[in-house]
Design a protein around this ligand. Sequence first.
Ligand code: SF4
Length: 451
Amino acid sequence: MELQLAVLDKLHISAAKSLPMEVKLDPWGAVQIDDYSKLFEEFGISSFAEMLPQIDDPHPYMRRHIIFGHRNYGSVQRAMKEGRPFAVLSGFMPSGHAHFGHMMVMNEIIWHQQHGADAFAAVANMEAHAVRGISWELCRKIGIEDYLLSLIALGFQPSGHIYFQSENYPMRNLAFELAAEARFSEVSAIYGFSGETSIGHMESVMVQSADILHPQLSMFGGPKPVVIPVGSDQDAHIRLTRDLAYRMRRFLVEQREGYVSVRGKAASPQLMGGAEEGLKEAGYQVKRYEEHLDIPGNDLERIDELIREIEVKNGELGFLPPASIYHRFMTGLTGGKMSSSKPDSYIALTEPPKEAAGKVMKAITGGRQSLSEQRKLGGEPERCAVYEFLVFHLSEDDSELEEIYTACKSGRQMCGTCKKEVAERIARFLAAHQQAREEARGRLPEFGIKA
Ligand code: SF4
């Protein structure tokens, strides 16, 4: 553990220092998040480091603090530990090539599936159509060719659910229900919508919220913890969806001084009666008022659970607010953020291995101006896109990373040799991945996908 922490510190992948810089979260724009620690303060994202000791077999992204923050992940971690149902869901907008940044989300979905989650992967074709104007046919082609083949090649199992948004009618019906609870002003404030924004674009926001909540529909076993692995630029969606989940409840259950209050929100008299009866049957003393029930004591969690069960028995949704985990963005090979609009900044999962290796050889590193200067001063792996590839994707071994880091810092390692090694690893990885993608092509029907 000590070695791990030392490595993490040296990798500069622990919480970043505070900078006097505004953090802007924009789900559709070019996003540059310069200071992740600001997210903890300004948006109430919790540090993942606190969660780490409770996870038996953490993914390297967790161990290396690449996953740096979460909302409510404790609900998922407890379900995972106790063998109770939970789910994982994330979506991919079919608007460009899938690259190593997208692969992080795929790996996070797969890791949770391997740890017992009911796994969902959405192809966000309604969003791509409404926001980017991409035709349905092209959405389908990109969705399968760029995203789904890679997802399956990486290990997604057919026990999970892969779907195109436009074909998932229970989810779309839920989007309509959620839209009835959302207000134009709040959605506009979050996403910067104006009078010029198309209704389709606005609707796609509700569809994404419905994506996130629909694993809790009765057809998938009802309310359960669900985790959404995303980049931190997607936090606005998560906050809105958590709010909508609360609004879909028929009761507000709150701890007050010495008692738990269960307040009906548009709950029918029959539902109020059902709640009172259910609580009494569970052994609670209940004081009934016109619109709320008071239960002496501090048993908030258990009472909330009981009330949720009563809601579900009466045909209501009883959603739990979704959890989320946030990962860092990879730096682009040309510096700045890895971005689909800058082909030299990223390596696509479908890229010919030789070309990918060539991009690595041209990448911006943390090397010095000259070899003699590098020998004297050492390199700066913490500013090096090539080294970052090793940390994020190409080395399973923390002690190997520490060795490379130390060799670089001490001036023993030169960028030419280092880039060559990483270029070869990327080429090997891509060759194997692309072969696995071809095998996945024949397996698409197992996942209910017509090619
Ligand atoms: S030696 Fe390697 S890790 Fe160090 S700056 Fe150069 S490429 Fe990056």
